[in-house]
Structures are given as C-alpha cells and as structure tokens.
Design a protein around this ligand. Sequence first.
Ligand SMILES: [Zn+2]
Ligand SMILES: [Zn+2]
Length: 355
Amino acid sequence: MTIEGVKWFFERVAEYSFSAFASWSSFTAAIGKIAGTLTDVESGLAWPYLVASLLIAGVVFVALNRGDALPPSSFHAFLFPRHIYHHPSAVLDYRFYLISIVLKFLLWVPILAGMGTLGYKVMKLVLIGYALWEPPKTLPLAWLFVAVLGFYLLYDFVNYWAHVLFHKVPMLWSFHRVHHSAEVMTPITAYRAHPMEFFFIAILQAPVVGLAGVFYQNLPAHDMQATTIFGMSIVSFVYGLSGFHLQHSHLPISYGPLLNRIIVSPIQHQVHHSIDPRHHNKNFGVKFAVWDALFDTLYVPKAPETIQVGLPGVDPREFSTVCQLYFLPFKKSVKECIGLARKLLPAGLSLERYR
Ligand SMILES: [Zn+2]
Ligand SMILES: [Zn+2]
C-alpha cells in the first residue's frame, strides 16, 4: 500500500467518523434514529420483536403455572422480578444504554458504515478489478433467498469467531469482559458492550459486507423486494421474532433438542455468561448455534442448573460506574500489551531499561 493509499484510508475514516456532524440535517437524522428505537425494524428493540419475546415468555409462564412449577405470581412479577430489575448491575446497564445509544448514532454507526463502504471498495477492486468476476445481473427467486440466507449465515459465522477471539486474546478480553461483568441479566444487558468490540467486529465483517455489496450491485432493486420485509432482509426480520431478548434474562428457556442446535436459545447464552468453570468457553454463537455444534463449543444443560452470571474473582466495584465500563478496559489492555511485550522481548532486554 502506498503512502497515498494510507492517507486516503485515514481521510475516509475521519470523513465517516464525523459524518453525523457534517450538516444539521445529518445530525437531526442521527438523532431521529434514536427516537425510532422502538419502531424502526432495524433496531433490536423494535416493538414487533419485543412483542414476540413477550409472547414466548407468556407461553412459558402458562406452561409452568399449569405444571405447578411456579409459586403463585403475576405475569408481571414473573417477567420483571424486582431483585433483578432493581439490582445495581441492571441499573448500571440502563445508564450505560442511555449514553451508548446517543454515541452509537452520532459516532459509532457512521464509522461502522464507513468501514462497510471501505470493505466494498476493496472487494470491488479485488473481485472485479483483479479476479475479473462479473456479479450476477439476474437470479431466480429461489437463489435470491439462498443468497440472503447465505450472507446472514456468513455474517453470523464471522461473529462467532470474533466472539471466540474476544475470549481467547487477552487484549480483546479486556474489552469483552465489560459485557460479562453484568451480575444479573435483563434485555438491556445485551447493550453492555464496549465500543471497541463494535470496531473490531466491523473490521472482521468489512470483507463480508464488501462481498455482499459487490454481489448485489447489478441485481435490480425490484428483484430484491421479494426477499425483504419493511425494507429489511426477511431472514433478519424472522430472526428478530425468535425471542432473542430472553438470552439476556433470568428465564432459563430452552428451545428443545433440535432447535437448540440451530439457534441460540436463552439458556445457552445464559450458560455463556455463567461463572461455573464447566460452562467456560461454551456457546460463543451469537444468533445461530450451528457453529457451536460444529466446533464443539455447544453446551445445553440436560437438567435444570443454577446459573450465576458475572466475572469470577472480580470485585463488582471494578465495574460500578459508566465511566469504569468505558475507560477501565483501555487501562487493562495497555497492561496486557506491556505484559506481552515483556514476554516477547529477547532475553537480557527489559522494558525497565527504556524507561
Ligand atoms: Zn462472551
Ligand atoms: Zn451476553
């Protein structure tokens, strides 16, 4: 890569990073997206998905009540127990979410979209410029559905490996442990994620986004309409109705032996957050569990297990403010870098010499 190439790259990054502030209309558009959190189907908290999760929880409530497995309680008390929803960890999640949602639309989304655009430009250069590939101009409907599902699976496959790396690479774990620091789980806990996670995932996903951009670039928009609903991928919309909010909840819901191997059920993600050593490094899947089944990281409890979530051996006071959630990981990752540098330095040399 030439100096001009590097300069161009950083100029684009700067351009995308501040694009929400480029004009009043782009700023208000970004703020408008915050207002659309409950109505925009691209938002994980859009009302159709919330209603679907509520219905799944309702079915479980009725089934448990019929089997006398529950002490008498109202559906509201079953769904929103005070000791979970008023727990300091949950209150911290709400605070973190309010700050994150503003930063997300003003800063993170433009940067991530920019990374996708860069991915598209690079893939176009490689696939069309060098490999001389001709993207399809038309496809039968069945193939369009296969492509939509294929890209969704590919995206989730990359997310699975990104999640594995977050647990295995100490510097990345410094950031991912913010998510695992939650001591109780509510659907808002899903958003307790450090922004560095988004950037790392966006870098890994850029080639997939770029590949999809090149693949679809010549296909007529009206052909694609059959694979979309409310302007978004039909696969993504159907997944939204799967009750994924319950992954971060106190309800240990299992989808049964077959579905548990296909989609990540609530109990599987709760196991992923568990402090029990038997559950460590299990269930890395984000949406689909097929990757866990394939790479032997799947763990589905065969009998009811008590699951305590959090970070073993960590003082909860380490993550008790929004500032700590944002800034402590940087300190921790620098320490990890210094530790790694110490290990890699040739024998006889030490960092102390250069202080
Ligand atoms: Zn994790
Ligand atoms: Zn989680």
